[in-house]
Design a protein around this ligand. Structure first.
Ligand SMILES: Cc1cc2nc3c(=O)[nH]c(=O)nc-3n(C[C@H](O)[C@H](O)[C@H](O)COP(=O)(O)O)c2cc1C
Length: 195
């Protein structure tokens, strides 16, 4: 782990951040998790509402249970949305050993009050802050949107101590990368107009 003084520059971090899908079993220390949450809540927030709230999951059996449940709901969604015509994703997800959370040591759920009209952008901005802060420290992250429906089921929320009137917005895995992941390419920004 990089010492704080050696954290990457902001632009370096933005260029290096990429979704990491292979992790060692090592869990994050509480102090690191707290640093990441402190970075998350520095995000801009509409009307200064600071609507975000976080759940940290580090129990690997619980994560596997949540993964198995979420996979079932995600497979239904795939079928209904006809997003996976060749069945490639279905086949991958259907493997019993496939863990939606890629066996990362830590899962952080960015949550917000469901009824708040402005909480979604705030939670996503907090999520990006968290992922950049993690990347700057040499940690890997990945948003696991496919788990959102399963995590928002009443049985999951009860198990995770998420109040009924809160929703999981951004499930993010965080951990120590097992190997290197090259940043994925991007197209240049498309400028529609520049007046
Ligand atoms: C809203 C959202 C949901 C995502 N859900 C998943 C997911 O369920 N599983 C996964 O492996 N990656 C997921 N990703 C990661 C994207 O696949 C990834 O960001 C994209 O391919 C670009 O790659 P990069 O993050 O490495 O730049 C998600 C990303 C976003 C923003």
């Amino acid at each position: 782990m990089m010492p704080k003084a050696a954290e990457m520059s902001l632009m370096g971090t933005i260029r290096e951040r990429t979704s990491v899908r292979a992790y060692t079993a090592q869990k994050l220390d509480a102090e690191i998790v707290r640093d990441l949450l402190a970075a998350a809540v520095r995000a801009p927030t509409a009307m200064h509402a600071e609507p975000w709230a976080f759940v940290v999951v580090q129990d690997s059996e619980q994560m596997k249970r949540l993964s198995d449940r979420s996979k079932r709901y995600f497979l239904d969604e795939l079928r209904q949305a006809e997003l996976d015509r060749d069945g490639r994703v279905r086949d991958e997800f259907a493997r019993p050993e496939f863990n939606l959370f890629y066996n990362a040591g830590t899962l952080i759920l960015v949550c917000g009050p469901s009824a708040s009209p402005l909480m979604l952008p705030d939670c996503w901005l907090a999520a990006e802050n968290l992922m950049l802060a993690a990347c700057a420290r040499g940690l890997g992250t990945c948003v696991i949107g496919s788990a959102a429906t399963g995590l928002n089921r009443p049985e999951s929320k009860a198990e995770l101590d998420i109040p009924a009137d809160y929703s999981v917005v951004a499930p993010i895995i965080v951990g120590f990368p097992d190997g290197e992941t090259e940043p994925t390419p991007r197209k240049a920004a498309r400028v529609l107009a520049w007046h």
